[in-house]
Design a protein around this ligand. Structure first.
Ligand code: ATP
Ligand code: TYD
Length: 236
C-alpha cells in the first residue's frame, strides 16, 4: 500500500488517497481549531497523541462489535482507514451538561443527563454546523431513516463502551461526537474519537482534560491530552 495524492485537507487532519481505491490515509496534524476554524493554533505532539488515542479507541469499539474504518496504525501521526462515503451528520451524546447545551438551555455545567441526550448537527461550515433533527434528514435527504436509526443505535452503544473505559480510568465522559460513513452500503464509524471531539473530566476534581482547555484559553492542553491517553493505556 502506497500513499498517493492528497484528497482533502481539513482543519486538523489531511486525507490522502492510496494505491488501493478502498483505503485512505488519515494524517493527524498538530493544529487545533475552534470558532468555526477562525481560531487555529499548533501544539507539538498533538497529532501523535490523537492518532494513537483514536487508534486505541477504534480498536476497543471494534472488539465490542462496532464496525469502524480503522485498518492499521501506520506511523506516529498516520492511520490507514477504509474509504467511506461520509454522511454529513455529527452524532453527539451528552452524559452531562456542557458546551452548547448549557448556552442554549441555561442549565448548570456538569448536571447529569439521564437518559443521555442524543443530538445531531449538520456538517456544513458555511452554515456553522447547525443543530437539526431526524425530520430534517428525511425532508432534505441527508441520510436515510434506516441509516440514521443505525447511527443513533451505534452511538448509544459506543457510549456504553466508552463510559466503561473512561470510568475505569477515573474519568467522566461528559459528551462526544461521532461521524459515520458508508462502505458497501453498510454504516461504519469513521473520522476520530479523541479529546478534540469529546469532553473528559477527572472524576474527583472535575478538571477538564479536553479541547475545552483551548476553547476557554486554559493552560496545559497537551499535558491534559497526555494524561487521558496515559490513563487509558494508549502508550503501553
Ligand atoms: P470538522 O473539523 O468540522 O470535522 P474538517 O473537514 O475540517 O471538519 P478534519 O478532521 O480536519 O475535519 O478532516 C478530516 C475529514 O476526513 C473530515 O471531513 C471527515 O469527515 C473525513 N473522513 C474521516 N474519516 C474518513 C473516511 N474513513 N473516509 C472518508 N473521509 C473520512
Ligand atoms: P457541543 O457542546 O454541542 O458544541 P461545542 O463543543 O462547540 O460547544 O459539542 C458536544 C461535543 O461534541 C463536544 O465534546 C465537542 C463535540 N463536537 C465536535 O467535536 N465537533 C462539532 O462540530 C460539534 C458540534 C461538537
Amino acid at each position: 500500500m502506497k500513499k498517493t495524492s492528497e484528497m482533502y485537507r481539513g482543519k486538523t487532519k489531511t486525507v490522502y488517497f492510496t494505491d488501493n481505491p478502498n483505503l485512505l490515509i488519515l494524517e493527524f496534524r498538530n493544529e487545533i481549531s475552534a470558532l468555526d476554524g477562525k481560531h487555529i493554533e499548533t501544539f507539538e505532539r498533538k497529532g501523535l497523541i490523537n492518532n494513537n488515542f483514536n487508534y486505541l479507541i477504534m480498536k476497543k469499539l471494534m472488539k465490542s462489535g462496532i464496525p469502524t474504518h480503522m485498518e492499521q496504525l501506520l506511523s506516529d501521526n498516520q492511520s490507514l482507514v477504509k474509504k467511506l462515503t461520509m454522511i454529513p451528520i455529527e452524532c453527539i451524546i451528552r452524559n452531562r451538561a456542557a458546551g452548547s447545551l448549557i448556552n442554549r438551555l441555561g442549565i448548570i455545567e456538569g448536571v447529569l443527563l439521564n437518559p443521555p441526550i442524543f443530538d445531531i448537527f449538520l456538517k456544513n461550515d458555511l452554515q456553522h454546523d447547525p443543530m437539526i433533527n431526524e425530520s430534517y434528514c428525511e425532508t432534505f435527504g441527508w441520510v436515510s431513516k434506516e441509516n440514521l436509526s443505525n447511527m443513533k443505535q451505534l452511538t448509544y452503544k459506543a457510549n456504553k463502551i466508552l463510559n466503561n473505559i473512561f470510568d475505569n480510568a477515573g474519568l467522566i465522559l461528559v459528551d462526544f461526537k461521532l461521524e459515520f460513513g458508508l462502505f458497501n452500503g453498510q454504516v461504519i464509524l469513521g473520522d476520530e474519537f479523541s479529546p478534540d471531539s469529546s469532553r473528559l473530566w477527572d472524576k474527583k476534581t472535575k478538571y477538564k482534560l479536553d479541547k475545552d482547555r483551548f476553547r476557554y484559553g486554559l493552560n496545559n492542553l497537551i499535558k491534559s491530552y497526555e494524561e487521558v491517553a496515559n490513563r487509558i493505556g494508549v502508550f503501553i
